[in-house]
Design a protein around this ligand. Structure first.
Ligand code: TEU
Ligand code: CA
Length: 564
């Protein structure tokens, strides 16, 4: 196995706006992150994925970049960044930046120049098209709802945007654009010492040769642009060029956000022999509680589906590519609210069970800020309380325009699946505003902070925080967790997620109960002879014959001689 630091790392994702505010303006900042590095070190994470901190008008909270080499004023200065990366490196913690180069902000000087006309050096930095029959070039909808084309009167053309109109897509066909991106990436690596990139919607950068209308859905929804721009014709040419011009020159963690990509696509992006990326983030497991109409739908989780999807990735990449492992991030609702159980008697058990299920798998685990203390989704009462551009755009599409949902229905769906659930401030302690700020937070603090906060957990050996700490320590101590193979057992069981890992004659048997039902052990598992003395970690204090509600238990044993 080709050993790499990023295969053996545990990554902690920070959404700086909501992590820690150092100056009382209610907005998290870089000095705040630096002040909490010892907390991350104590947890055992050895790498931070820092969501965008670049200059931005914050239409999409930093995913709309106006200057790739300046720090956003809300977050501090470049000196603050230098201090953060210096303090992190001094603690053996690497820093991975969020690279957002499918699009920039419309306030970027490139776009401001490009829209001036068709004959300036920047005119082809973006995707401009003339009207077709007097309207947008295609009927595509952008990811946030609404048209994917916006008319610019100054230029006299439409420009394409996969996301908000304030996020015009860059034209990767233009070698000058690619050169600008590679120069910027090299600068962050060579001048600032960053240790890698999480690449925002990188699978969308290669657009199709022709732009044509797609079918409108039965509910009257226009086609989502992403289905026509995902895994485009030149995507691998671009990534191989990026690898040659930048990535191959440093020892970087690279992970591409790959919505719309399956295992076969992922092997092309991350195959050990491909010379492109190290890992990618799939969305396929995140779609297990949505129907064919997409994200803004509610479908109960059917565990065999989740097991099928995650196992497909575990076995599909085995020996050929490297998995990333996540439940939470800044775009997803809190997993313990989503697929765990927030009832007081089940909250901690189910959070630990979910953590066990993920962290015993093959791949690099990503922990999103607050996941390690079991933070829960927010109980939203109105659209006005929400900040996220995607939530507001979805409301406009599904309620105001297409009348697919009533306001009550949409509020229920956004409350369950909206991205702001992940963006309420980190809950540090029981002081006002959960210790996040001395001011008024930019997004409300979840009232759960009175009982769910880091201070209440870091010294409690039975806390969720301490359990995550154990999981990370086990990953560092047992190579089987990193390099072992993966095999799913009992695929059709609707409560139990059971799998094995094998490596050098040893076997892990991982049993996770996703339900509040007590279950007997399936015969196929009993045949493997799990015994109390083999228990590596469990979320219950005592061993038992049966599998109890939300129980997670991992046995370390000799692998069966006959390879069963
Ligand atoms: O996300 C891309 C993306 O598809 C998700 O934002 C989208 O919300 C999806 O519905 C998630 O279920 C990336 C960033 O992570 C996101 O924060 C940005 O808003 C987006 O790209 C545009 O940069
Ligand atoms: Ca601040």
């Amino acid at each position: 196995m080709d050993r790499k630091w990023w295969k053996e790392a545990v990554v902690y994702e920070i959404y700086p706006r909501s992590f820690m505010d150092s100056n009382g303006d209610g907005i998290g900042d870089l000095k705040g992150v630096t002040s909490r590095l010892d907390y991350i070190k104590d947890l055992g994470a050895d790498c931070i994925w820092l969501c965008p901190v670049y200059s931005s008008p914050n239409v999409d909270n930093g995913y709309d970049i106006a200057d790739y080499r300046q720090i956003m004023a809300d977050f501090g200065t470049m000196a603050d960044f230098d201090e953060l990366i210096g303090q992190a490196h001094a603690r053996g913690i690497r820093i991975v930046m969020d690279l957002v180069v499918n699009h920039s902000s419309d306030q970027h000087v490139w776009f401001q120049e490009s829209r001036k006309g068709r004959d300036n050096p920047y005119s082809d930095y973006y995707i401009w098209r003339d009207p077709v029959d007097g309207h947008e070039p295609t009927n595509w909808m952008c990811c946030f709802g609404g048209p994917a084309w916006t008319w610019d009167a100054q230029r006299g053309q439409y420009y394409f945007h996969e996301f908000a109109a304030a996020q015009p897509d860059l034209n990767w066909e233009n070698p000058k654009v690619r050169e600008e991106v590679y120069d910027m990436m090299n600068w962050w690596c060579s001048e600032k010492g960053v240790d890698g990139f999480r690449m925002d919607v990188i699978t969308l950068i290669s657009k199709p040769e022709t732009f044509e209308d797609g079918p409108v859905s039965a509910e009257g929804l226009r086609p989502d642009a992403g289905q026509y721009t995902c895994n485009g014709p030149k995507i691998h040419d671009y990534l191989r060029e990026m690898h040659r011009e930048v990535l191959s020159r440093y020892d970087l963690l690279t992970v591409g956000e790959a919505s719309g990509s399956g295992v076969e696509d992922a092997l092309l992006y991350t195959g050990f022999d491909r010379g492109e990326l190290g890992m990618c983030f799939t969305f396929e497991h995140m779609d297990c509680d949505a129907d064919e109409h997409g994200k803004w739908t509610m479908k109960p989780l059917y565990l065999p589906n989740l097991k099928r999807v995650m196992s497909r990735w575990e076995t599909g990449l085995e020996g050929r590519g490297w998995n990333s492992l996540y439940w939470d991030n800044h775009d997803q609702p809190r997993i313990v609210s989503r697929w765990g159980n927030t009832a007081p008697q089940w909250w901690a058990l189910s959070a630990k069970m979910l953590a066990t299920c993920l962290h015993m798998m093959q791949g690099t685990p990503y922990i999103y800020q607050g996941e390690e203390i079991g933070m829960v989704s927010f109980n939203w009462q109105s659209l006005q309380e929400m900040n996220d551009v995607e939530e507001h755009a979805a409301w406009e599409t599904y309620v105001d325009q297409a009348h697919i949902y009533t306001e009550e229905e949409m509020l229920a769906i956004i409350s369950r699946k909206g991205r702001d659930n992940a963006r309420t401030p980190m809950q540090w302690d029981t002081s006002p505003q959960a210790g996040f700020t001395t001011g008024t937070p930019w997004l409300p603090v979840n009232p759960s902070y009175k009982t769910i906060n880091a201070a209440a957990q870091i010294h409690d050996p039975d806390s969720i925080y301490s359990y995550y700490k154990q999981l990370i320590a086990l990953r560092k101590a047992h190579e089987i967790i990193i390099y072992g193979d993966y095999r799913l057992l009992e695929p059709e069981d609707e409560d139990l997620f059971i799998y094995t890992r094998r490596y050098e004659g040893q076997q892990l048997l991982v049993i996770c109960n996703f339900s509040d039902r007590t279950r007997t052990l399936p015969d196929s598992v009993r045949a493997l002879g799990p015994a109390p003395e083999q228990i590596l970690i469990s979320n219950y204090r005592e061993a038992a014959e049966e599998i109890r509600p939300y129980e997670a238990v991992v046995y370390k044993q000799a692998a069966p001689a006959d390879g069963r």
